[in-house]
Design a protein around this ligand. Structure first.
Ligand SMILES: NC(=O)c1ccc[n+]([C@@H]2O[C@H](COP(=O)([O-])OP(=O)(O)OC[C@H]3O[C@@H](n4cnc5c(N)ncnc54)[C@H](OP(=O)(O)O)[C@@H]3O)[C@@H](O)[C@H]2O)c1
Ligand SMILES: [Zn+2]
Ligand SMILES: [Zn+2]
Length: 355
């Protein structure tokens, strides 16, 4: 096992307890590693699903759990073989910290599909033992191959959410060919949804937001939507029937997906990025009629994550964030469940070391 140092962190001790201050073991950087002092970490709804063990049937949570996979910080130390980073550089880490690097997926730069991929938190930690710990911490040590470069001049608190919410919406839109002239639906204006709106708009698509929150209408238009539909209003929904090339569903809770499948045109695709706890009910004929596709998409590979960051740098895209100190993380989780954040919490991680 690797030599370790003690890092301050926030962890959930069980599925039903609040997160609280603790210390965790991080490895000393080996020759290929980068040590990053964490400046900001976004709060993804996946952090909340994991902390509360809502994905237990697929990925049971190991406690204590230190979440956080939207990490931006400054390099403090590098191993002797590191070539792309030096102390003082900005650096970012997303949802993965390693993979086997040899399988066909890794060779294609699609590490998110590697059967031996290591998630940033709640994956077996081959260096220290136990499971990996995420970004709700003062620092992290990561192999340089899984560390991203941060475009200069972007607001760092708003860059952090790009590392999950950004890539998770960018990747399927690139895969399914979202471009100028396409009609794109975004379901759920949360952390992922608001990034989907910004990115689809920047790619030139006609963007329609579907929201349950009447109060988000003005924001949706400001973020780049061309139309906003209140999904509880069936007359508004009916007007959109059979018209979409692509819909991205970023809803975190149980909902009627059929209402959106009905909005696809012939050969249209709806992609699930939202991962509710319970299975969704899909009527066969909704898909058969119109040869429609239902798909899903996980995060994105390392090369595409860098591409997305560079795209956001060029287009001046960051997340709309509410910056909080780590001491407010439990309150933030409660508000996230009520869709009461515009549109991502970004934790100022220096609050951890000053406490
Ligand atoms: N596929 C992946 O790789 C990946 C990566 C990251 C996250 N995720 C998953 O994506 C989902 C969204 O994450 P997030 O961080 O964007 O969450 P979030 O900020 O909480 O946004 C979720 C949005 O869903 C809508 N919503 C919530 N409850 C709803 C309900 N009962 N019925 C209908 N709509 C509802 C709300 O939008 P409105 O107020 O506009 O209705 C809410 O803002 C989560 O399940 C998360 O785990 C997946
Ligand atoms: Zn996430
Ligand atoms: Zn692999």
């Amino acid at each position: 096992m690797a030599k370790t140092w003690s890092a301050k962190a926030y962890a959930a001790p069980t599925a039903t307890s609040s997160l609280a201050a603790t210390t965790i073991a991080r490895r000393e950087p080996s020759e290929g590693d980068v040590h990053i002092e964490i400046l900001f970490c976004g709060i993804c709804h996946s952090d909340l699903h994991t902390v509360r063990n809502e994905w237990k049937s697929v990925m049971p949570t190991v406690y204590p759990c230190v979440p956080g996979h939207e990490i931006v910080g400054r390099v403090t130390r590098v191993g002797s073989a590191v070539t792309r980073f030096k102390p003082g550089d900005l650096a970012a880490v997303g949802c993965m910290v390693d993979a086997d690097r040899t399988c066909t997926e890794c060779q294609a730069g699609l590490e998110q599909f590697c059967p031996n991929m290591t998630l940033t938190y709640n994956s077996p930690d081959k260096h220290v033992g136990g499971v990996t710990y995420g970004g709700y911490s003062e620092g992290i040590v990561v192999d340089e191959r899984f560390v991203l470069r941060v475009p200069s001049k972007l607001n760092l608190a708003g860059v952090a959410p790009l590392l999950c919410a950004g890539i998770t919406t960018y990747s399927p839109m690139r895969h399914w060919g979202v471009t100028k002239g396409k009609k794109v639906g975004v379901v759920g204006l949360g952390g992922l949804g608001h990034m989907a709106v910004k990115i689809a708009h920047a790619l030139g698509a006609h963007v329609v937001v579907f929201t349950t929150s009447t109060g988000k209408k003005e924001d949706a238009l400001r973020l780049g939507a061309d139309e906003v539909v209140i999904s509880r209003h069936s007359d508004e929904m009916k007007k959109q029937a059979g018209s979409f090339d692509f819909i991205i569903d970023a809803v975190s809770a149980d909902h009627d997906i059929n209402a959106y499948i009905e909005l696809l045109r012939r050969d249209g695709t709806i992609t699930l990025v939202g991962a509710p706890e319970q299975p969704l009910r899909v009527p066969a004929f909704s898909l058969i009629v119109g040869r429609r596709s239902l798909s899903g998409s996980p995060i994105g590979g390392i090369p595409e994550t860098q591409e997305m960051l560079d795209f956001c740098g060029a287009q001046n895209i960051t997340a709309d964030v509410e910056i909080i100190p780590i001491q407010k993380v439990n309150e933030a989780y409660d508000r996230l469940l009520k869709s009461d954040v515009k549109y991502r919490f970004s934790i100022d991680m220096t609050s951890l070391t000053s406490q």
